[in-house]
Design a protein around this ligand. Structure first.
Ligand code: SF4
Ligand code: SF4
Length: 279
């Protein structure tokens, strides 16, 4: 089973939930950190990193000696990443989405491919728990190719917990779209409510079962709770704000190491998800 943990905005405790859920399941689990712009699950899981691999994405290279400046490559590019000017073809690698359109359409075979580095994928393990994360190259704006590379390392023989990027844009959809279940983490504040509604719209479009965890449930108001009740969205868990959890977090200590009670709570969460999916 693949469970994604996502949130409409950053700072809701998404990684806390993903990490603690993974750690509570023992060794038959793989934690996959797709939050490649700011991966921080490793701070809590502390895996032994075993492999580091550079990941690239294909971009076009034009051989001007074969080019007739017909403009077909530039016409097909939806991202203005290749532009034909007088006696030259300009390529803007940072805009290229590697869709392959230009090299497939070129009638003279003038376009070949090279690779642009987007980041690294690291894999590791600790006590049988498998770990994968991606780290986006500084200055790189396109994270989906790296997220795909991270997901290619998923171990289908294990329960996979995907820590998704925050928000509701392309990187999140890339991370969560093949999941069996999505956990949306939010907080009971006006911002949390607003971003939860966007996230709910997103997962409903994907037609994947989901539920909500309300973190720091004793701050703010009860608008999030009422919204979930009105929309018939299951509230999987409510976690009260707790200074001990915050202090442990600041030291890189996961909740399940604070008390066996938390491990039980996260195991129960997993069983509830299993029931929802019908496993
Ligand atoms: S499609 Fe090929 S031949 Fe035409 S302008 Fe582009 S690179 Fe040149
Ligand atoms: S691969 Fe696609 S996005 Fe990149 S330059 Fe070619 S047509 Fe544009």
């Amino acid at each position: 089973m693949k469970i994604s943990v996502a949130s409409g905005k950053g700072g809701t405790g998404k990684t806390t939930i993903a990490v603690n859920l993974a750690l509570s399941l023992g060794s038959d689990v793989q934690y996959v950190d797709c939050d490649v712009e700011e991966p921080n699950g490793h701070i809590f899981i502390k895996p032994n990193i075993l492999t580091t691999e550079t990941v690239g994405t294909p971009i076009p290279v034009v051989d001007l000696s074969k080019c007739t400046y017909c403009g077909k490559c530039s016409e097909i590019c939806e991202f203005n990443a290749i532009v034909v000017v007088k006696n030259n073809v300009l390529v803007f690698p940072e805009l290229c989405h590697s869709c392959a359109g230009c090299w497939l359409v070129c009638p003279h075979g003038a376009i070949s491919k090279t690779s642009r580095e987007t980041g690294v994928v690291e894999t590791g393990s600790i006590n049988g728990l498998e770990f994968v994360h991606g780290r986006l190259r500084i200055g790189e704006s396109m994270s989906p190719p790296l997220i795909r590379a991270v997901k290619n390392r998923m171990n289908r023989a294990k329960t996979v917990i995907i820590d998704a990027p925050p928000g509701t844009s392309c990187p999140v959809i890339e991370a969560i779209k093949t999941s069996d279940y999505i956990v949306l983490v939010t907080e009971p504040t006006p911002f949390g409510y607003n971003d939860l509604k966007l996230a709910v719209d997103m997962v409903r479009q994907l037609k994947i079962p989901f539920g909500v965890i309300i973190n720091r449930s004793d701050i703010g108001d009860n608008v999030v709770k009422k919204y979930c009740q009105n929309e018939h969205i299951p509230i999987l868990l409510e976690i009260k704000s707790d200074r001990t959890i915050a202090e442990a977090y600041s030291r890189g200590m996961p909740m399940v190491e604070l008390s066996p009670e938390y491990r039980k709570i996260f195991m129960q969460l997993y069983q509830d998800i299993e029931r929802s999916v019908g496993v």
